[in-house]
Write a protein that binds this ligand. Structure first.
Ligand SMILES: Cc1cc2nc3c(=O)[nH]c(=O)nc-3n(C[C@H](O)[C@H](O)[C@H](O)COP(=O)(O)OP(=O)(O)OC[C@H]3O[C@@H](n4cnc5c(N)ncnc54)[C@H](O)[C@@H]3O)c2cc1C
Length: 448
């Protein structure tokens, strides 16, 4: 597959962003007969890799087993079959299925793009879009190098924003303060004897622990966890019948259903994880029926718990964390970061929530929290509308962006993690691919 980097400036569809969502849209559009050459992708890096799969570290693995990591939502075997002939990774196999390296999944997505494009060339501009404006017919996308592109329709696929420090940090450029650990290059750059402190205890922290263990890190590791809990381990559950959601109109009813479904058992048992997966079927529809205020309330109160149960860790990372803890190298500290300053001796002084403090040589920001500058700007200038009093855009179930008067645009769309607050459980690859497939079908229907 060729990717041309000097496209003409017009397209039927511009996709802003070059990660997994953009690739999934291109692939599903091609599957619906849309010519890939009518699409212009604007975004840096290898198309399809993005923040999630564009990593350098072999130690970073998928956090779901291969049959659940889908580009083709109705074909659970597609990636596993490809993996059989294209991935040589004996460590991928576990008691709970195969958990491949994220770099290998990026190769799979590239191969699917190649198949979708055939002999045609995909058009990608390796730039960042800093603004979009309505044009006479469609949209103008303005890039950071000043160039403008025009299209009839525009899809925002800007994905997971660059993580930011959770506290003020005047030392941005220091090599021992890792603000964005997703690429994993820092693993080869730090001193193996250093005291590392991980801020946050989700899947990014689990990746960091596995990466450190794989590199045989010798120094102590501290991990700050506000709730003192690490993600549960993926176990080998089998899909069951989907849960049939009752009609739900309020946050309290939603919580009642969740409690009823998930109260019994331990979340590291196959039966619980199977029940959780049945409960997830249809959850996005139920979520979309809730009033906006109730969605925000649920997010605020139970979002962290949902994330923990939803984003479980691969057996490899859980085993690495267990071993680090067993030999006393890893300490879990139940607190959060309040301040960060340089220490009088070398290293960093971390102020913690309970007035305690901690010294570390290397600090890794594993919070995963950031703010998308383009989405933020579009909301600040009234082109996108925030969902209630949130920082997330209001998007219709058809992925159409909503105008400030509550009506939807006809040709401005948004996909992926930015739509999660509006639309529900749409962060993982399979959910994003499902959105991409629906989007491609609706564009196909509209055009025919
Ligand atoms: C570290 C990490 C690991 C993950 N692991 C898994 C996993 O194992 N399994 C799973 O199912 N899900 C996983 N996910 C979930 C993940 O969100 C989705 O799988 C998927 O990556 C979402 O794709 P995306 O294209 O929307 O976002 P991203 O992957 O974030 O890609 C967005 C791309 O758009 C570019 N971009 C952003 N703003 C602009 C702009 N203004 N102009 C031009 N380009 C722009 C970015 O540079 C980036 O390349 C993971 C997420 C992360 C962050």
């Amino acid at each position: 597959m060729g990717i041309t980097q000097v496209p003409d400036r017009d397209a039927s569809l511009i996709i802003v962003g070059s990660g997994f969502a953009a690739a999934a849209v291109v692939i599903h559009l091609a599957d619906n007969g849309f010519a890939p050459s009518d699409i212009l992708i604007i975004g840096p890096g290898q198309l399809g890799s993005g923040q999630a799969y564009g990593c350098e570290a072999d130690a970073y693995r998928l956090n779901v087993r291969a049959d659940l990591q889908r580009l083709w939502p109705d074909h659970p075997d597609h990636f596993p079959q490809w993996a059989k002939t294209h991935i040589d990774d004996p460590q991928a196999k576990t008691h709970a299925g195969h958990f491949y390296r994220r770099t290998d999944f990026a190769r799979y997505v590239s191969a699917q793009l190649e198949a979708a494009a055939g002999k045609k060339t995909l058009r990608q501009v390796p730039a960042r879009v800093v603004d979009i404006r309505p044009a006479q017919q469609g949209w103008r996308a303005i890039c950071d190098n000043g160039t403008e592109y025009h299209s009839a329709s525009l899809l925002l696929a800007t994905g997971n924003p660059e993580p930011r420090w959770p506290v003020a940090n005047p030392f941005e450029d220091e090599a021992t303060l890792i603000r964005a650990p997703w690429q994993g290059e820092w693993l080869t750059e730090i001193d193996p004897a250093s005291h590392v402190c991980l801020i946050g205890s989700g899947l990014t922290a689990m990746d960091a622990l596995y990466g450190l263990a794989e590199r045989d890190h010798q120094g102590p590791i501290s991990l700050l966890s506000p709730h003192g809990i690490l993600p549960p381990e993926q176990v080998g559950w089998e899909p069951g019948d989907p849960f049939v959601w009752p009609e739900i109109r309020h946050a309290s009813e939603f919580l009642h259903v969740a409690r009823r479904m998930l109260r019994e058992g331990s979340w590291e048992e196959p039966e619980w994880q199977q029940r959780f997966s049945a409960f997830r079927c249809g959850i996005s529809k139920a979520w979309q029926h809730l009033p906006v205020g109730d969605r925000l309330k649920l997010q605020r109160r139970a979002g962290w718990l949902w994330s923990l149960a939803r984003f479980r860790a691969s057996p490899q990372t859980v085993e690495a964390a267990r071993q680090l803890r067993d030999r006393g190298q890893l300490t879990l500290i139940c607190s959060h970061l309040k301040s960060l300053s340089s220490s009088r001796c070398n290293g960093w002084q971390l102020g913690l929530g309970n007035e305690a403090s901690l010294h570390a040589d290397v600090v890794i920001n594993c919070t995963g929290v950031g703010r998308d500058p383009l989405i933020h700007k579009l909301m600040a200038t009234g082109r996108l509308t925030p969902l209630g009093k949130s920082n997330s855009p209001w998007v219709s179930p058809e992925l159409l962006a909503i105008r400030p008067d509550g009506s939807s645009y006809d040709t401005l769309f948004c996909i992926g993690p930015a739509t999660a607050l509006a639309l529900g459980d749409v962060v993982g690859a399979t959910s994003v691919a499902t959105q991409a497939a629906c989007f491609a079908r609706s564009l196909h229907t509209a055009g025919s």
